[in-house]
Design a binder for this molecule. Structure first.
Ligand code: GTP
Ligand code: MG
Length: 195
């Protein structure tokens, strides 16, 4: 999809601040520094819609981006970094549970993992959340430009097995650096958004 218009509706600390919008929502999550902001920017053809390379872990907010006035990306703060307090972790869990449980507009989880590495326990937990709420699952294995051609299949298999992906789940190799996989990602996103 060509993005003509992208607007940050709100950075919401809790459900009281969620925007009252009718648009389908795609939730984008991934561990800290995985390349989530870069992927959002690559998907939207923007250089700095979402921050790239900022200090992780400071803000625990859901960012709602409205695209072309018909689709919303919900940017989840990166998880899994060290030095998080128990209280912050709890707050994060509550925020996600509220969202998955109560937000009617949600259409799919786009989980971003690093194509070079085995997904973490936190990634598995996030997927289990989505499965529990029967949300369709799209995995973007990003930074594939850093994976040697000879290692590609092996890496994708490792990701698929670690996340116990099934037939209905989508695993899409991609790269924000060389834009691999962007068309395929959009195709699947638009399919679930039903627009
Ligand atoms: P936080 O918001 O800090 O948790 O990070 P993030 O997940 O938003 O990651 P971000 O997009 O800020 O990227 C982290 C680092 O990875 C930056 O140095 C990016 O330039 C780099 N990066 C992101 N995507 C790619 C990619 O597809 N290929 C390569 N080679 N580098 C990437
Ligand atoms: Mg980011």
């Amino acid at each position: 999809m060509q993005i003509q218009e992208a607007e940050l509706l709100i950075s919401a600390p809790g459900k009281e601040q969620w925007p009252d919008t009718p648009y389908p929502e795609i939730v984008l999550a991934g561990r800290s520094n995985v390349g989530k902001s870069s992927l959002i920017n690559a998907l939207c053809g923007r250089k700095k819609l979402a921050y790239v390379g900022n200090t992780p872990g400071k803000t625990r907010l859901l960012n709602f981006f409205l695209l072309n006035r018909k689709l919303v990306f919900v940017d989840v703060p990166g998880y899994g970094y060290a030095n998080i307090s128990k209280q912050q972790l709890l707050r994060f869990g509550e925020m996600m549970e509220d969202y998955f449980h109560e937000r009617k507009q949600k259409k799919a989880l786009l989980l971003i993992v690093d194509g070079r590495h085995k997904p973490t326990d936190d990634d598995v937990t996030m997927l289990e959340f989505a499965r529990y709420f029967e949300l369709p699952i799209i995995i973007a294995a990003t930074k594939m430009d850093k994976v040697k051609a000879s290692q590609r299949q092996k890496q994708l298999k490792l990701i698929s097995e670690t996340l116990a992906l099934s037939e209905e789940d989508h695993l899409i190799p991609c790269s924000s650096a060389n834009k691999e996989g962007m068309d395929r990602l959009w195709e699947v996103i638009l399919h679930y958004a039903q627009i």
